[in-house]
Design a protein around this ligand. Structure first.
Ligand code: SER
Length: 316
């Protein structure tokens, strides 16, 4: 990986991944793209940034060719709750955007990364310590696009020899940019509201366990997987990766170690609760550890301390 094009670069993952890649590869070797520009954002102001709608295959191809990239990281997608509100748009953007990305990668013989998710699992998947290879029959449109996407990326690998790689992200928690329309977003909002109001109303019910990860570990995972020795990868699309699993009361208890009077109540959103209920409680990332050395550094308390420290420095 020497020169990378990133789609969805202004989203929650892209905003941090682009900065890391600029450090690793050099500012001129990262082409950040998104469907619109956000002024005063360092992704836009401090390096190469281009407007790109991933549905526009010709522009996608032209930009990748002109920039002579050897790797494409395709992050542009609708998240679970947003895709459930507009399933047709979810299918069309998540699948056609992916097909376009894969075709561009095939034209350039570029390495290709597109994230999958814990959403790829469904109600009949084993809930605890979910294995790498298991039943995957999701009930959400987002999950349907993730399973189809995994299969498509594997297909491009076996059919065309394309170097496709991916991880199944859990809920990602970060302080730079808010997630846009996911089910796990409560675990980000809770930190903002804890600092701002000293209380939080959770849209996810007490006792609902989901896998979560601090963004630094997620960024390391993308970079480490892309740099991994191809011959060691038995799996490709997509690796389970896991750092922590908790339910709302546990993240609240972790926050209370720093903000003792923090209070939480519940106003459960049936749509997002339904999505959460269909996902695993915790997943097993042994294959990622064995095949490319995945090892998370943040547990719940370390993440809580970092989130509260960092958000305290920001105007929120
Ligand atoms: N964080 C994502 C979501 O909730 C999971 O991939 O949609």
């Amino acid at each position: 990986m020497k020169k990378v094009l990133v789609t969805g670069a202004l989203g929650q993952i892209g905003s941090e991944l682009v900065l890391r890649l600029r450090k690793d590869l050099g500012v001129d070797n990262v082409v950040a793209t998104d469907i619109k520009r956000i002024e005063d954002n360092e992704v836009v102001t401090d390096g190469v940034f281009e407007i790109l709608d991933v549905m526009d295959y010709n522009k996608f191809l032209q930009l990748a060719k002109d920039s002579n990239v050897d790797t494409i990281i395709h992050l542009a997608a609708l998240l679970s709750a947003t895709a459930e509100k507009n399933p047709q748009l979810g299918w069309s953007l998540n699948m056609q955007g992916l097909v376009n990305g894969l075709e561009v990668a095939r034209e350039l013989d570029a390495k290709f990364f597109a994230p999958s998710s814990i959403a790829a699992f469904g109600n009949d998947t084993p809930k605890d310590n979910t294995p790498q290879d298991t039943l995957m029959r999701p009930s959400t449109m987002y999950g349907v696009t993730k399973v189809a996407g995994e299969l498509l990326c594997d297909y491009y690998h076996t059919k065309y020899g394309l170097d496709t790689r991916s991880v199944r992200f859990p809920g990602l928690i970060s302080h730079k940019v808010l997630p846009g329309g996911g089910t796990t977003d409560y675990a980000v909002h809770i930190y903002y509201d804890a600092l701002k109001y000293g209380k939080y109303t959770s849209f996810i019910a007490e006792g609902t366990y989901m896998d979560m990860m601090y963004m630094d570990d997620a960024i390391d995972a993308v970079v480490d997987l892309l740099n991994a020795d191809s011959s060691k990868l038995k799996h490709r699309n997509s690796f389970n990766i896991a750092a922590m699993s908790f339910e709302p009361e546990q993240i609240a208890a972790s926050i209370r170690k720093y903000i003792p009077n923090f209070e939480m109540d519940y106003d459960v959103d049936p749509v997002r609760q339904g999505i959460a209920n269909s996902w695993p409680n915790s997943i097993d990332s042994t294959c990622a550890t064995e095949e490319w050395g995945f090892e998370p550094k943040f547990d719940l308390d370390k993440m809580t301390k970092t989130m509260l420290d960092e958000l305290s420095k920001k105007e929120i």
